[in-house]
Design a protein. Sequence first.
Length: 304
Amino acid sequence: MKGHIGVDSELGQGSTFWFTFEAHLSREVAQNAQAEALHFSTEPQFSESVPSVLVVDDNAVNRKVASEILRKAGCEVRIAQSGAECLAMLSREKKHFDLILMDIQMPDMDGVETTRRLREKFGKALPPIVAMTAYSMREDREKFLAKGLDDYISKPIKAQALINKVKEHLLPVDAVPPVGTLKGTLAQPGGAMLDLGILRQLSKYGGVELVQESLREFCEDSEVLLQEAQGAFCLHQPEIIRQKIHTLKGNAGTLGVNQVARLATAMEKRLKEGNYPALADDLNLLAQHFADFKENYIILLAKI
């Protein structure tokens, strides 16, 4: 299956066994994918202090969702829209942050380059820097850690996973609750189009207004991204198409817009491989998935 298998072992510490393989993208919805939504609290989760967190992300939807989740959990949150803004903020304000959440794929200066420049300028005075990335393969994680980041969390962002990541770095080890066995599933009518579990999480942390505003912004941004991708296709600019699809994928994944996120993920992979004879058809299908979502999401929101 064009994969690899291996083991990393350290005497007295333990072993990690891993494997990779290629598979076709599934159209099925995992039945327990949203079980996490049953196991988080909306109460402030930092009783001893108020963690100060800097969120660095060029994507407006990701910034909004991450910052609202963290604020509801009891954190003080600042945001930067780019690596350059992050550098300027830390240089200008001399503010101490307890943690920096760093998006990896940003234009002009990505998260790895931003981290490198931060370490050159501030050295050991820097707080832990956690990569936020859609890359989740084992070798990707090791690459980020080798380039100066302290940890990583995968996208799309999930509320409890994000809060637990903050706890891992800011609370004593024995204060971080272990991950238990998740039980139960959430019925999701129409779940192939919209993941209601993710939206229930966002609603509990940020209120219905956050969900409504985020989805409205998603619709506005997606229309522009799809138009720009179609324009780039006409001009034979595959890298521009990939950039637009990557942003669309991130937005859709964060808000649980399943059909759009899945197809965009597959399209980005094919664009990276450079051999994509069905690109025109998939662009049209992506536009159709978005149109289906836009037509039906108001009805689906009533089920939250």
